[in-house]
Design a protein around this ligand. Structure first.
Ligand code: FES
Ligand SMILES: [Fe+2]
Length: 438
């Protein structure tokens, strides 16, 4: 082992990785390596559209949250006119952190070091000793907070550090069709049910993105208790049914698991279902009707899951939606942000039930969440071992699958649901960014 010299240049490793993905191989090293982490910061997070916040987290003028793109801390705030801005959380005078809270409401931010004051949209408005100290040489308009591009889709606010990157719409590239399955839950859309759970985990962010891009393969094993005790309406013999859909060249992917006996729109209240059908297109209604579980990732680090969870074993239970963001904080280490999304127009009773189901299954101490992290931290730990430098993993399921011509949605849809097609597309996009060719 260890045949590859440590001196192999990172660029050569990235090229080799790109070639390997085409033939269904991906290196373990990618999941825990300082040089790979640094390259991701430099080439990937500086160019991709990254999720910042849901609009319902900052509904009123002055509301703000602090979030990250890569290692950059940002203040995401709604100004007095209702516009949303994202600015680097750093004072332009000497670089102090401007906002030390993770959420709140403020019309202005005043630096705790020398007192420069900015509007929540980022303009510099107050400078102590302006006349006596700067003697007219400082122009306030030149020293606002460093602004980041923002755009949104159906309440999801994204930011991008690259002024030259294509617009969000093009970046999503048709994945909006699938995002709607999580977001158009009635005429009012969805809202967050409280602030996100967030915690640090010794897990590489990419393992989570991959898992949520449609890893139906792990469910009957890692979460087998859910099958056996009746909390999750699927079984080992039917679990592979459904589609894996990817957006070629974009990296986004979703797994749409069917359930032979699962009723269309099961797990949602009837009055809400009527509204959902109005909000979705006929093609989306067709896909939704056949979907039990939808688990998808927006490249690079945002994921969604819609899943039924039975509080009474054996029953269909309630379908909930979780949204999660994987913020990388080091090689093999990340901060997980996890939200529960609920339909704005749903009854309080349904919202409460959905949140309860989310908390039991996918909150920080949720049963499914624990199963996943037990595995993900071990994968990350293994990926950091010296001998693993040379080890690849197989990504060869569905290598020759032709797209399903009957499938009504955009992208590349293949059956069965248990498939590696989405992951080859994900890693190929990731490698394009690392090669500087995205
Ligand atoms: S560092 Fe903020 S005012 Fe000096
Ligand atoms: Fe899982």
């Amino acid at each position: 082992m260890n045949t590859k010299p440590e001196s192999q240049s990172l660029a050569a490793w990235v090229e080799e990785t790109r070639e390997g993905i085409d033939s269904g191989r991906f290196p373990a090293r990618a999941f825990n390596d300082q040089a790979v982490y640094d390259l991701e910061q430099e080439r990937l997070f500086s160019k991709t559209w990254c999720f910042l916040a849901h609009e319902s987290e900052i509904p009123h003028p002055g509301d703000y949250v602090t979030r990250y793109i890569g290692n950059n801390n940002l203040i995401v705030a709604r100004d007095e006119h209702g516009e949303i801005y994202a600015n680097l959380n750093m004072c332009r005078h000497r670089g102090n952190v401007m906002c030390k809270a993770e959420m709140g409401n403020a019309s202005h931010f005043r630096c705790s070091y020398h007192g420069w004051t900015y509007k929540n949209s980022g303009e510099l408005v107050g400078v102590p000793y302006m006349k006596e100290g700067y003697e007219g040489r400082l122009k306030r308009k030149d020293w606002g907070l460093v602004r980041v591009r923002v755009d949104s889709y159906e309440g999801l606010v994204f930011g991008c550090l690259d002024p030259e990157a294509p617009p969000l719409d093009e970046y999503l590239g048709g994945f909006q069709f699938y995002l709607d399955l999580y977001l158009k839950h009635g005429l009012g859309g969805v809202e967050v049910h409280g602030p996100p759970d967030h915690w640090i985990a010794d897990t590489d962010w990419k393992i989570c993105t991959e898992n949520f891009a449609g890893d139906g393969y792990h469910t009957p094993v890692a979460h087998q208790w859910g099958f056996h005790l009746g909390y999750f309406p699927s079984s080992g013999s039917t679990h592979s049914q459904g589609w894996a859909v990817s957006i070629p060249g974009k990296g986004h992917g979703i797994g749409l698991g069917h359930g032979p006996n699962f009723p269309p729109f099961g797990g949602f209240p009837d009055d809400l279902v009527a509204e959902m059908k109005q909000s979705l297109s006929p093609e989306q209604v067709e896909v939704f009707s056949r979907t039990r579980t939808a688990v998808g990732s927006v490249f690079p680090n945002l994921s969604f899951l819609m899943q039924p969870f039975s509080l009474e074993p054996g029953e269909i239970g309630v379908r909930f939606v979780t949204m999660r963001l994987y913020h990388p904080v080091g090689p093999g280490r990340m901060e997980m942000y996890s939200w529960c999304l609920v339909p704005k127009n749903a009854s309080q009773e349904y919202k409460k039930e959905a949140y309860r189901a989310y908390t039991l299954a996918f909150g920080q101490a949720g049963t499914f969440e624990q199963d996943d992290f037990e595995n993900w931290t071990k994968v990350t730990q293994a990926a950091g071992m010296t001998m693993v430098r040379d080890v690849d993993f197989p990504y060869i399921m569905g290598m020759d699958s032709a797209p399903d011509p009957e499938f009504p949605g955009p992208g590349h849809a293949v059956v069965p649901y248990v498939n590696d097609t989405n992951f080859r597309n994900l890693w190929s996009r990731w490698a394009d960014y690392l090669a500087g060719e995205a």
